[in-house]
Design a protein around this ligand. Sequence first.
Ligand code: 5GP
Ligand code: MN
Length: 315
Amino acid sequence: MTIDNIKEEINKAKSIVILTHENPDGDAIGSSLSLYLALKKLNKNVDVIIPKYSRIFNFLPGAKDIKKESNKKYDLAISLDCGNEKRLVGHEEYFETAKSKISIDHHGSNEMYADYNFVNPDAPACCQILIFIINLLHIEIDIDIGTCLLTGIITDTGGFQYKGVSAETFEFASFLLSIGVNVSDIYRRVLRTKTRANFELTKLVLNRMEFIENGKICYTYITLEDEKNVGAEEGDHEGLVDLGKDVEGTEVSIFIRETDKGYKASLRSNTYLNVSDVCLMFGGGGHPRAAGCTIQGSLENAKQKIINQVKMYLK
Ligand code: 5GP
Ligand code: MN
């Protein structure tokens, strides 16, 4: 069983590196730090390498230990919340050079790229899978580990809103509350608080929203220049794609962001349209209701390609 192998590999390894996907969100950072703190309790020599992340996560226990790079070679690399090796941007070398590789993830589009892959697409957050793994390793979940775990659950479920939230999710949340994790503080920090730059970008994307196909598709975008103008930092675009999703009649919200590697599209859907399938067509992936991909060319071109693809799946 994969899970037994994972336990064995972790127990065997002396040095471990934890990696996650580019543009790391709360689940990516929460997963990485919770496993980091847990493995420290097993006295492992463990590093978390995340080249760039939003400063809103600096409050998390262990965040000050996050490394941007390292010159070590590791016995074991663990990739968290990351569906393919290509998305380990900036730190794929640590993954490739590790003696053994594990992927723990909840993306249905996971490409099973590690030696041992533990993927559960039914889990609403990678952090929910980690609760199981940490228990399996007989490591006690304390307030610090719990704070990181709950951050991932709260961000990936939009605060327990999305499909995929199960009785188990609430049981975990209840357990975390019972050990003293401050739910309302995490909620306020990671879901409610907007940076000023994010607020300015919100105004721009709202003004630029276009409703297509009788309002079933909502489209908006930001450019590199917009981000420069508002002084945007890493992660300041988070949440912008959700704004269009909440307008009555919208099935799919499309948000395109210019990056130095092309046009990054983020898609969200409300009830039936599988945006992961749409994004897979462009080499991306994700979940049925939240997915992304990067398209080369011009903004207009990227917009048309995505919209045309979405239209094929609209009812
Ligand atoms: P977001 O739109 O917030 O960047 O990502 C939404 C979901 O899709 C996340 O679960 C994210 O991991 C996944 N995702 C976003 N972009 C890509 C991509 O280019 N490739 C893959 N495989 N998944 C992506
Ligand atoms: Mn996730």
